[in-house]
Write a protein that binds this ligand. Structure first.
Ligand code: ZN
Length: 157
């Protein structure tokens, strides 16, 4: 029988800046031995009991990869929809597929816009503080799907 493990996490970079956190929100749930929550080799399932905490360091190449300078490109302003608000720091996707890369606007000038298609966390060593906050047996449905459905096993997607 697999277990569903709930955990809270706080993600920081090496300067200690918080990049993301589940604290104050719902914990995340995952089905052990099937889902990898943290990029890289390390798995939260190394933690066995509610209350277990650990700090996990994931080096950039094992996380979101190194920054690829070829993904920083200049685009003609005319390529953007007329009236689009082009502001430094704005992010957009080139189509509606949730898995397509996110581009960040780096620079806007009169003719060209510089955009960066690297993942915002590319090139960063990441530090995850994780704490196990819940544990239960997986439902048959979850085992069939290969992922957790939330705290009580009936969240749908
Ligand atoms: Zn499912």
């Amino acid at each position: 029988m697999k277990r569903v493990i709930g955990f809270h996490y706080t993600l920081t970079d090496k300067t200690g800046t918080v990049l993301d956190s589940s604290i104050g929100d719902e914990p995340l749930y995952f089905l052990e031995n099937t889902q990898q929550i943290i990029p890289g080799r390390e798995k939260v399932i190394a933690l066995r009991n509610v209350g277990d905490k650990r700090k996990i360091e994931v080096k950039a190449p094992d996380a979101y990869g190194d920054v690829n300078p070829e993904l920083v490109v200049k685009v003609q302003r005319t390529q953007f929809p007329p009236g689009a608000e082009l502001k430094v720091g704005e992010q957009f996707q080139v189509n509606n597929d949730a898995h397509s890369p996110v581009f960040t606007i780096m620079e806007v000038d009169t003719a060209e816009v510089t955009v960066d298609g690297n993942h915002p966390m590319a090139g960063k060593d990441l530090f995850f503080d994780v704490e196990i906050v819940g544990m239960r047996e997986a439902t048959k449905e979850e085992e069939g799907h290969g992922h957790a459905h939330g705290e009580h096993g009936h969240g749908h997607h």
